[in-house]
Write a protein that binds this ligand. Structure first.
Ligand code: T3D
Length: 259
């Protein structure tokens, strides 16, 4: 299938989705969300596919929402944007029995970071960085981040990363259990494909293992995504978010007023 903003390939039981807007660090536009949803649905419905491999082209995995479309005149409702564009992706990744593997080739920020966290496993290059960038622009976490991150690293570390917006480098990500493996940038494509194909060759029970862990830890995901959307609707109407977006686009530090 030909898409404009992603590359979609199916081989040996693995469906690979490569986010492909490298000039904007693979930030999500409405078109990219739509194409991603479409490819994911196709992969989910294809009985020959047993693993999804998600990665980015160029030097980034994904920088989250494209902030160029988030000036006050353009942004509309952030709650609606999450419900229509992001939450369906997160829900599909978690509800399917197929295994989702993120090959984090570079920076993963905001919703891009949380897309990786919603996958079952993450393999990272030494260049990977994980940033809960929301606070830097005056937003709250979304795309399941406030659900997955505390479950992955514990409440205290999650608070630190959300409130301070600190960057987690690849080696620290390995140490705190955010990723399963770190390899060099040159090795990542091969190592990720080998892991994905090995999962695609796994027994039927790997889907049942995923279901068991989902049931143990994730039963309230849908309600939580809706709660995040409500909170982001509030954050998206603040003067601080206006300032956060303006500062990002003007390449300067924001000056927040707590309003
Ligand atoms: O619908 C909704 O809005 C609700 C959903 C929200 C979900 C979210 O994801 S909100 C969070 C959005 N993302 C961010 O806040 C991250 C923004 N990006 C950054 O903080 C930095 O770019 C990075 C830390 C990711 C990487 O920094 P660095 O120094 O390696 O690269 P850079 O120079 O900042 O970026 C390179 C280019 O990519 C640059 O463009 P230019 O100047 O070369 O033309 C930059 O503007 C562009 N870029 C990076 N991130 C985004 C982006 N353009 C648009 N949107 C982005 N998110």
């Amino acid at each position: 299938m030909a898409y404009e903003t992603i590359i979609y390939e199916k081989l040996n039981g693995v469906a690979t989705i490569t986010l492909n807007r490298p000039q904007a660090l693979n930030a999500f536009t409405p078109k990219m969300n739509a194409e991603f949803q479409d490819a994911l649905k196709d992969a989910d419905e294809d009985r020959s596919i047993r693993c999804f491999l998600i990665t980015g082209s160029g030097r980034a995995f994904c920088a989250g929402q494209d902030l160029k479309g988030r000036t006050p005149e353009q942004r509309g409702s952030l709650g609606k944007s999450l419900r229509e564009r992001y939450n369906p992706i997160i829900l599909r990744l978690r509800r399917t029995e197929k295994i989702a593997l993120a090959a984090v080739n570079g920076v993963a920020a905001g919703a891009g970071c949380n897309l990786a966290l919603a996958c079952d496993l993450r393999i990272a290059s030494q260049e990977a960085k994980f940033i809960q960038a929301f606070v830097r622009v005056g937003l709250a976490p979304d795309s399941g981040g406030s659900f997955f991150l505390p479950r992955l690293v514990g409440l205290s570390k999650a608070m630190q990363l959300f409130l301070l917006g600190e960057t987690v480098e690849a080696e620290e990500a390995l140490r705190i259990g955010l990723v399963a493996k770190v390899v060099s940038a040159a090795e990542l494509p091969k190592a990720a494909r080998e892991m994905a194909e090995s999962l695609a060759r796994g027994p039927r029970s790997i889907g049942l293992i995923k279901r068991a862990l989902n049931r143990a830890l994730l039963p309230d995901l849908e309600a939580h995504l809706e709660y995040e959307a409500c909170l982001q609707e509030i954050a998206g109407r603040t003067a601080d978010y206006d300032e956060g977006v303006r500062a990002f686009l003007e390449k300067r530090q924001p000056v927040f007023k707590g309003e």
